[in-house]
Design a protein around this ligand. Structure first.
Ligand code: 5AD
Ligand code: FES
Length: 364
């Protein structure tokens, strides 16, 4: 039943929406293993067995958005807000450079005021200059104008992550307040592309009411906009959010189910998109300790070890049970390196690890 679809995938034949949904619907353990092995073989062939590190700096949890699922939404007054200063962000980026990570990601809640925009611009420039442009700089700072994206690109950023969250307009409308617009998000992705970034997007899986067909559409969307990088992860309820309040915390069984769906999405995305970078989201590890390594084994090739100072970590809880909130950067480096080597992957130390897809699309 599943084998003919996997055979098509191995031959590089395009899969239909129904075939993609069938792969995502797998529940049988043997079939799941066949899916993951196929995805891993395609990963090896298209991007190699190398995991790239991106040191993640969560530099502020101040946010103007109010998404119903997110723990740092504007209306959550239980969160103590923080903003790292420029020096702190720079120091963490340099830590990543010295740790031979090759790339860092600067992520925060969304802010569109000039003070913040200019601060990011200065710090990106400083990191870029201090590393002679060697360090890959990814930004994940939400919706901005094209002019802002351009300023940050000119300062030295190369990549930008902006998740679409879901491509089903009804679900999008249900999980966001009325003034959060899917069209604007799509326009931002188009602006990022015009500006010349390597562009990454992705979705959450396991959202209430989301079907396998919705997720198949999400994967086909990623393909249709010719994306370079994919960052997606399982939705995990946060108890201080409108969506999280409605449901009890995940049972062990629900956690396993959410993890399996997350892994299947990575595998099928690898099969369909082939040469893009795919991150094994930290949310996978919130569901099971080895979640991120399992992500690598079914097609992901990027891991984002946390660089954020331990003091700030508990304040950047997008979802419940976020891992590593008591650890520091050195602990994460040692811990993750060991675990990744343990699953037979090499780590791309000192390499920027640009998306092969981006390289190919910009070569011609
Ligand atoms: N569960 C999983 N992922 C979440 N994000 C925000 N809240 C949650 C949650 N409760 C993700 C969103 C956002 C990214 C920064 O974190 O996809 O784009
Ligand atoms: Fe952070 Fe293991 S990855 S301590």
């Amino acid at each position: 039943m599943i084998e003919p679809i996997l055979e098509k995938a191995r031959n590089g034949t395009e899969l239909s929406r129904a075939e993609i949904a069938a792969l995502l619907s797998i529940t049988d353990a043997d079939e799941r293993k066949a899916l993951f092995d196929t995805a891993y073989a395609i990963k090896e062939e298209s991007v190699g067995k190398i995991a790239y590190f991106r040191g993640l700096i969560e530099c502020s949890n101040l946010c103007i958005k109010d998404c119903y699922y997110c723990g740092i939404r504007r209306s959550n007054d239980k969160v103590e807000r923080f903003l790292m200063d420029e020096e702190e962000i720079f120091k963490e980026a340099m830590w990543a450079y010295d740790a031979e990570y090759g790339s860092c990601v600067i992520q925060s809640g969304e802010r569109q005021d000039e003070t913040y925009i200019a601060m990011i611009e200065r710090v990106v420039k400083r990191i870029s200059e201090a590393t002679s442009g060697e360090m890959g700089i990814t930004l994940s700072l939400g919706e901005q104008t094209e002019a802002v994206y351009r300023r940050w690109k000119e300062a030295g950023a190369h990549r930008y992550l902006l998740r679409i969250e879901t491509t089903n307009p009804q679900i999008y409308a249900r999980i966001h307040p009325a003034d959060h617009s899917m069209e604007e998000r799509l326009e931002c992705l188009a602006a990022l592309r015009r500006t010349g970034y390597q562009v990454g997007t992705g979705v959450m899986m396991g959202l209430p009411g989301q079907t396998m067909e919705d997720l198949a559409d999400d994967i086909l969307f990623l393909k249709s906009i010719d994306i370079d990088m994919v960052g997606m992860g399982p939705y995990i309820p946060h108890s201080d959010t409108p969506m999280g309040k409605e449901v009890p915390a995940y049972t062990e069984e629900q956690k396993t189910q959410a993890l399996m769906l997350g892994l299947k999405m990575i595998a099928v995305t690898r099969i369909v998109l082939r040469d893009v970078n795919i991150a094994a989201a930290t949310a996978l590890q919130a569901l099971e300790y080895t979640g991120r390594e399992q992500g690598l084994k079914c097609g992901a090739n990027v891991i984002m070890p946390n660089l954020t100072e331990t003091e700030f970590r508990p304040k950047y809880q997008l979802y419940d049970n976020k891992p590593c909130t008591d650890e520091n950067s050195s602990m994460c480096r040692g811990c993750l390196s060991g675990r990744i080597k343990g699953v037979g992957e090499e780590i791309g130390f000192n390499q920027r690890g640009d998306s092969q897809h981006y390289r190919k699309r910009t070569a011609d």
